[in-house]
Design a protein around this ligand. Structure first.
Ligand code: PLP
Length: 442
């Protein structure tokens, strides 16, 4: 990889920025970060003029590709009128669009990042139920909140996570942190996803104290596990039975799995949901939404949900323009994303098979996560750990792809801007990356 100029800038950055990057997850154990100068369509260009096909899409947001003309114009138009925050007419236009497409959304509030939307949703759920505890899932990433990142469970009879990490588990190591508030985990249970029995047992025992169950409807941040048949329906039923607010974290699946997100795709409607990433096409914005009856705790000002930049006009312009593009021609963008994503996955799987490499792609056409599995399938975090270094080896393959000019970052996210010929090019790079992967992994 040509990283001469990037290295120079990285050295300067490291003087004034801890780790040289703005998010720990942008640090690579293998090379210095690549500094990009611009992007167009599915391509990114670094400061040395090197061109890349981009499947990271800034970790998911760039659903329309880079520099989409409709989105860019909407931003420029808004910036020339007003770029500081305040009550504006775009807010309800953007909220109405979300309500039109997302089944659980009767009302919407905006924030700036996924993490912020998550804490708002949890506060609302606690206020609505008058309960305290939250259920979350091993191997899910739900942002950087003290209470939701990391933790390991020592006693599955009472799965309250504690600080720590597992030596055999890359995901656990990467999501552990010092500096956490001492009692951060006291208010949550952490169980295995895709295991209805575990949830049933937990809710029978502690259901009366549980305010919310918080989950990614596809475990896209680790191994891309899909819900097993009947799992989401079972979770829905158990939450209803025990009066628990079911919250889908659709930060990745939202406006990527389709206009209505995973809930519309699977036909399982949560009580609340979180959106960010693709919803703004690349601009920092998030939303939490849900049934009116639940969101009413904000209407009655029983709950504080605030933020200087919430509903920022540039963010609202971005949400409206992005959804407009996704709505166009009866959802032609998703037709393209899904067709191309499937072609890419089929052809990659064929490559892995022919090379005799047990890499797998799990997820959905807009986001395939790379994993390493001799068993051919991984269903949850426990399964992932039992099968060995499934995720770390997937990450290694991503790194090798970057070397050949394809940016992957653990997931192949396709955009409306990717083309057939870019898929062909990607496969040629994959051949080289797979050869090297075989050597590196022995
Ligand atoms: C599923 C999920 N939830 C929440 C978040 C946190 O979003 P943000 O990074 O915008 O705070 C992420 C980020 O990657 C995510 O993937």
């Amino acid at each position: 990889m040509t990283d001469t100029n990037s290295r120079k800038h990285f050295e300067r950055a490291r003087q004034v920025i801890p780790g040289g990057v703005q998010s720990n997850y942008r640090k690579s154990p293998y090379h210095v970060p690549v500094y990009f100068s611009h992007g167009k369509g599915a391509r990114l260009y670094d400061i040395d003029g090197k061109e890349y096909i981009d499947y990271s899409l800034c970790y998911g947001p760039a659903i329309l590709g880079h520099s989409n003309e409709h989105l860019r114009r909407a931003l420029v138009r808004q910036a020339s009128k007003m770029y500081s925050s305040g009550v504006n007419t775009l807010e309800y236009t953007a909220a109405a669009k979300i309500c039109r497409h997302v089944p659980c959304a009767e009302q919407v509030r905006f924030a700036c990042s996924g993490t912020e939307a998550v804490y708002n949703a949890l506060r609302v759920a606690r206020a609505y139920t008058g309960r305290n505890m939250v259920v979350r899932f091993n191997g899910h990433y739900n942002g950087c909140l003290d209470s939701l990142i990391g933790g390991i469970v020592q006693d599955i009879g009472c799965p309250v996570p504690v600080d720590g990490e597992r030596g055999d588990d890359t995901f656990s190591q990467l999501s552990n942190t010092l500096g956490r508030a001492k009692h951060a985990f006291h208010d949550s249970y952490m169980i295995e996803w895709n295991d209805l029995e575990a949830l049933d047992t937990l809710l029978r025992q502690y259901g009366d104290d549980i305010a919310a169950l918080y989950m990614e409807p596809v475990m896209i941040n680790l191994n891309g596990c899909l819900p097993e048949p009947g799992y989401l329906e079972g979770v829905r039923e158990l939450c209803t039975r025990h009066g628990v607010v079911l919250i889908f974290d659709e930060v990745v699946t939202g406006f990527r799995m389709g206009l209505g997100g995973a809930q519309a795709h699977f036909g399982v409607i949560p009580d609340m949901a979180i959106f960010a990433k693709a919803m703004g096409g690349g601009v920092p914005v998030s939303a939490f939404c849900g049934k009116r009856e639940i969101m009413d705790v904000i209407t009655r000002t029983e709950v504080i949900a605030a933020g200087t930049y919430n509903g920022h006009p540039l963010a609202m312009a971005a949400v409206i323009a992005t959804i407009e593009e996704l709505e166009k021609d009866d959802g032609a963008a998703f037709e393209r994303i899904n067709t191309l994503g499937n072609v890419l996955a089929d052809r990659l799987r064929d490559r892995f098979r022919r090379h005799g490499v047990p890499l797998i792609l799990q997820g959905f056409p807009g986001a395939w996560t790379i994993a390493y599995s001799e068993a051919g399938k991984i269903i949850n975090h426990r399964d992932s750990v039992e099968q060995g270094d499934t995720w770390a080896k997937g990450l290694l393959f991503s790194e090798l792809m970057s070397k050949y000019g394809v940016i992957v970052q653990a997931r192949f996210c396709t955009s409306a801007a990717h083309t057939d010929s870019e898929v062909d090019e990607t496969l040629q790079c994959a051949d080289k990356a797979i050869e090297e992967f075989k050597i590196e992994t022995g």
